[in-house]
Design a protein around this ligand. Structure first.
Ligand code: SAH
Length: 391
């Protein structure tokens, strides 16, 4: 196995648990390597850092899989996926969960979402792609699933020299399935839905609205398949309106409302949330609760400012539409806007909206997406509920 020696200055980061090694952090490679090879990595002083896969064509040249001198083989992947499942079960997830959250489960660039008996996989680097068969075998052995599907239609794969694709990794199956969450049911379109089909990362946060929506008129923007809005109706809201720019999402949201027999309370419409918040605000429309769960707004560092401007605008407009003493439920899902910046942005929005805000709850992504301290981008979702009062 080829040995790789690291620069001195990166020791603390790697020693604290960060598994990425950039190509300018390698001191020397003692031997030859092919893309995807497993290599043994050493700190500058000759101490073992671990083993991982290498891709000389990628900016992140090595991603560590283990800190031990252990074999990386099919048995390794079986063991890691079993451990990831045991951890989810320990935390109380029984049916649906992010089974593997990449780096946070010691399996860099691997995502596995478990929708009860169905599994959706993403292999986002060349090094992990090589082990796809072993990973699928492990899922088959551990879970005896009804179906496995790969949602590798993700642009980031191209940085690793991989094609974008989606396909069955099991016998074909009907890819629109129904899952249960918090006593409700939701259609998940594994093949055509966004990302892996469903946002499991908000599943704990959806429960957090239970007490603030009772008897309320609720507006939800960026609703996708209507999960927050249907929860609001289930928890006793008087009326709920969900907005999404995607006709497909709205069609799916309406189906979900009907599936739960809540379509007399919750309605969905395909509209641009920016226009809705602006125009309805001007018209003086008011709600007791406004919920916002926008997409990332930025994919790279250079446009963080643009993202922050977007967050500020929708939150400011949202707050203005809230009846005195009502609530704002607001999220941000990009790791490029850190929690402090997000909370500052909400504060600035309140200031400009001439509102006082009182925090009800602040949460991150659900705990099946663990946060690795020292690896900032594993802490990506911010979820905040505030009470909004006139000044
Ligand atoms: N709350 C959802 C996830 C929302 S994802 C859940 O928990 O499942 C973000 C959504 O915002 C996507 O469905 C996308 O179609 C929608 N979106 C993006 N830009 C929009 C815009 N300008 N107006 C309304 N919706 C938009």
């Amino acid at each position: 196995m080829t040995k790789v020696y690291l620069n001195k200055r990166i020791t603390p980061r790697i020693a604290m648990g960060h598994p990425w090694i950039y190509n300018n952090e390698v001191d020397r490679i003692a031997g030859t390597v092919s893309p995807g090879d497993i290599v043994e990595v050493y700190y500058f002083d000759g101490q073992l850092a671990g083993r991982g896969y290498i891709n000389p064509g990628s900016q992140i040249i090595i991603r560590l899989l283990t800190r031990k001198r252990e074999p990386i083989d099919a048995g390794f992947f079986h063991q890691k996926i079993s451990e990831a499942w045991a951890y989810r079960q320990q935390l109380g997830y029984t049916e649906n969960c992010r089974l593997v959250f990449g780096e946070a489960d010691g399996l860099p660039a691997l995502i596995i979402d478990k929708f009860n008996d169905y599994f959706v996989l993403q292999t986002l680097s060349l090094g992990i792609e090589q082990w796809k068969t072993a990973i699928v075998d492990a899922i088959n052995t551990i879970f005896k699933p009804k179906g496995i599907y790969e949602r590798n239609d993700v642009p980031v794969r191209e940085l690793e020299g991989l094609e974008q694709k989606k396909d069955f990794l099991s016998d074909p199956f009907p890819t629109e399935i129904i899952i249960r969450e918090n006593g409700l049911q939701f259609y998940v379109d594994i093949e055509h839905g966004q990302k892996t089909g469903y946002f499991l990362d908000q599943q704990d946060n959806r429960r957090a609205i239970e007490h603030i929506v009772k008897g309320a008129d609720v507006l939800g923007a960026f609703t996708y398949t209507g999960t927050f809005e249907i929860h609001a109706a289930h928890y006793g809201a008087k009326s709920v309106l969900g907005i999404d720019i995607s006709e497909n999402a709205v069609a799916q949201a309406n189906k979900n409302a009907a599936l739960n027999q809540l379509d007399h309370i919750v309605k969905f419409e395909a509209m641009n949330a920016f226009d809705v918040l602006k125009n309805w605000g001007k018209e003086g429309r008011k709600y007791d609760v406004v919920m916002l769960d926008p997409p990332a707004f930025t994919k790279n560092r250079s446009s963080i400012e643009k993202a922050v401007t977007g967050y500020k605008e929708i939150n400011l407009r949202g707050m203005k539409m809230i009846n005195n003493g009502g609530f704002l439920v607001t999220s941000s899902c990009t790791n490029l806007v850190n929690p402090e910046l997000f909370l500052d942005t909400i504060y600035m929005a309140a200031k400009d909206a001439k509102k006082r805000i009182r925090q009800v709850t602040y949460q991150t992504q659900s705990s099946d997406h663990p946060i690795i301290w020292g690896m900032e981008n594993t802490h990506y979702l911010k979820f905040l509920i505030v009470e909004v009062c006139d000044r």
